[in-house]
Design a protein around this ligand. Structure first.
Ligand SMILES: C[S@@+](CC[C@H](N)C(=O)[O-])C[C@H]1O[C@@H](n2cnc3c(N)ncnc32)[C@H](O)[C@@H]1O
Length: 331
């Protein structure tokens, strides 16, 4: 077994085979999307000439994720789509190849590839249960210069389980009740007259005993702290709604030299509802270490892989900067 609370500089397939079976409670990851970015390292995923090659390589990795995940664990996969052979410089590279979908139909130039769903269904055929697709809605998504379709501002987060029953805590990521529901509740129950709507955060978080992120970025476990207090009453009075399947989260650019990081809220939501404090979280494509950061903020352990040593150094410096003594020295 490899050391935990560490980002290992290696190909994730190689790293995963060194991990023990059933050792991880949850996996959260955003692999390289097919032919969208070059992460400047030999052996990187995403540079395959065809979508089929990409899916096959990804399936070898998800088979290992299945092996290392505990039976009651969850696997969260963030993927975005792309267009075949469109005018963007990123996809010009793909244009050199003849690509076809998994049913063997060749793509026309400009066609949406539909890769996230092809990947999801291929993973399902490995024995995973596809439990949910979440739409990550980006309110401040990148502008596109297209005039013959809508500008895209969403990606997918697929949630897979190994079996029908798994660990999931809905309160940990509950969301505020709507005004209409609150009004109904007050009418039905005069005791619920006060301001029961949580101000911010996830109602169940405080019960989990995790360190909480204050607005200024520091951490707290103190129940008297406003950041902690604002997350407590809601769960006690059930004044929260089950989180909906569209997550509106602004992509926050990480200021370091890695251009494809997801916002910390994405892994944080996944981790909070599918693990308990102290559980182990895996990210096979760590990039700038966002999953490691979210795991540490919520009091979970992490393990991850990153093929490019420059990004590993970047991630370790980021963890040291943001968490101080909570992590190891940068390599
Ligand atoms: C989309 S980025 C992940 C970003 C990450 N979620 C974050 O927020 O920082 C994908 C990362 O996977 C890495 N990568 C590509 N192929 C890999 C492989 N075979 N094993 C491990 N890492 C790989 C790339 O270098 C890149 O940093």
């Amino acid at each position: 077994m490899l050391p935990i609370n560490e980002i290992h500089t290696m190909d994730c397939l190689q790293g995963l085979t060194k991990m023990s079976a059933d050792s991880v409670q949850c996996t959260v990851t955003s692999p390289p999307y097919w032919r969208q970015r070059d992460y400047n390292h030999k052996g990187q995923l995403g540079q395959e000439p065809t979508p089929e090659g990409y899916i096959n390589n990804l399936l070898a990795i998800t088979a290992q994720i299945h092996r290392v995940l505990r039976p009651d664990g969850l696997f969260w996969l963030n993927l975005g789509d792309g267009f075949y052979h469109s005018s963007g410089s990123r996809s010009k590279r793909a244009g050199a190849t003849i690509a076809q979908d998994l049913l063997g139909t060749a793509y026309q130039p400009k066609e949406l590839i539909g890769l996230p769903w092809q990947v999801a269904l291929a993973i399902r055929s490995q024995g995973w249960m596809l439990r949910q697709e979440i739409i990550w809605h980006k309110p401040n998504g990148m502008p596109e210069s297209v005039k013959d379709r809508c500008t895209r501002n969403h990606e997918y987060i697929f949630m897979f389980s190994k079996q029908p029953d798994y660990y999931y805590d809905p309160a940990a990521i509950g969301q505020p009740l709507s005004e209409a529901t609150l009004k109904d509740k007050r009418l039905c129950n005069p005791c619920v007259a006060g301001p029961i709507r949580p101000q911010r955060g996830y109602p169940g978080a405080a019960q989990q005993g995790s360190r909480l992120l204050r607005p200024n970025g520091t951490l707290s476990t103190d129940p008297a702290d406003p950041a902690t207090a604002s997350r407590q009453p809601a769960a006690q009075s059930q004044a929260w709604a089950n989180r909906r399947s569209v997550w509106t989260i602004a992509p926050k650019g990480f200021k370091g030299a890695h251009y494809a990081t997801f916002p910390t809220s994405i892994p944080e939501l996944c981790i909070r509802c599918s693990t308990r404090p102290g559980d182990l979280v895996l990210d096979p494509f760590m990039g700038a270490g966002t999953t490691a950061l979210a795991s540490s903020y919520t009091g979970r352990s992490y393990i991850g892989f990153e093929i490019n040593p420059t990004y590993v150094k970047l991630a370790k410096n980021r963890l040291l900067r943001e968490l101080g003594l909570f992590c190891g020295q940068p390599g």
